[in-house]
Write a protein that binds this ligand. Structure first.
Ligand code: NAD
Length: 277
């Protein structure tokens, strides 16, 4: 029997929380660079009544993305995309962050946009980091939004001499995600489909724990201690926003980015988290 299909990239905590919230009654195809992660999440979900297939996939490869889409289409029409794959500043060098988080996300949005069914919905997980970086010029924003994906990594602002460190690369990647979602939403709209991004603050997951234990650990711990919420978030709270965006209640929302960070960004600009000169 054919079913509507959800494509989930990134078998992490945020991806699983969204899939559990939205994936009932669907075929869920989960792809992760670490097949053991995809299999672990698939087992938890299959044991909880979902219909999940795990596969190995690499977000930084167009071929791998197309391969995953083809696998999904064996089960039915692609109706949902959740992109929760990514690497953080403490997990990977600059080139890998740009290849996975920036280029890979752009390709995935483009390729799924080509096949999404009418009424399809997508979310990609960006980050508060993209909101903390100072504004780029309108021209730079447009280049991030609209440059053909195969040329993205050739942009001047993404060349090694213009990138300070892995955090800067991550911020640029996440800013690009938001701009890409805006441009892609126009194309998805032509198919009667919607796509948005969610920019979480600190959410306790293996990725965030790597950050707590990495070179910026104290910075992150201070950030959630001093943000208005006074704590890190949970993946299920990110799924609350995804549920709004992906359900009928979000029918008028597309091309948008939703910051959900316990107020950390607000405090960074106008409160106790503001960097001292
Ligand atoms: N946790 C946070 O505090 C936080 C905050 C803001 C944004 N995010 C973003 O949320 C997304 C999900 O992260 P998470 O916190 O759930 O982390 P997680 O570590 O639980 O999951 C991330 C998954 O992505 C996979 N992955 C990494 N590179 C990949 C690749 N090239 N192809 C396919 N899969 C790959 C990993 O193997 C891992 O299973 C990431 O994009 C991250 O940048 C997380």
């Amino acid at each position: 029997m054919k079913k509507d299909v959800m494509i989930l990239t990134g078998a992490g905590q945020i991806g699983m929380a969204i899939a559990r919230r939205m994936g009932y009654g669907m075929k869920i195809v989960i792809g992760d660079k670490k097949p053991e992660n995809a299999q672990a999440i698939a087992k938890i979900m299959n044991d909880a009544g979902f219909d999940v297939e795990a596969m190995e996939m690499d977000l930084s490869s167009r071929e791998s993305i197309k391969n995953m889409i083809a696998k999904a289409q064996e089960y039915g029409d692609v109706a949902m995309l959740v992109n929760a794959a990514g690497v953080s500043p403490s997990q990977a060098p600059v080139e890998a962050i740009l290849k996975v988080d920036l280029y890979g996300t752009a390709v995935l949005l483009e390729e799924v946009g080509k096949v999404t069914k009418k009424g399809g919905v997508g979310v990609t997980i960006s980050s508060q980091s993209g909101h903390r970086m100072p504004a780029l010029t309108p021209e730079e924003d447009e280049l991030l939004a609209c440059t053909p994906s195969e040329d993205l990594l050739k942009l001047d602002i993404l060349q090694p001499e213009n990138i300070k460190d892995t955090l800067h690369a991550y911020q640029l990647a996440k800013r690009c995600n938001e701009k890409r979602v805006m441009a892609e939403s126009v194309k998805w709209g032509e198919k009667g489909a919607r796509v948005n991004s969610i920019s979480p603050g600190i959410v306790v997951t293996p990725l965030a724990i790597d950050e707590f234990n990495g070179p910026r650990g104290d910075f992150y711990k201070n950030m959630f201690a001093k943000c208005p919420a006074g704590r890190p978030g949970t993946a299920d709270e990110i799924a609350n926003v995804a549920e709004l965006l992906m359900s009928e209640k979000g029918a008028f929302i597309t091309g948008s980015d939703f910051l959900i960070d316990g107020g950390a960004t607000a405090s960074y600009f106008y409160g106790p988290l503001k960097p001292q000169e």
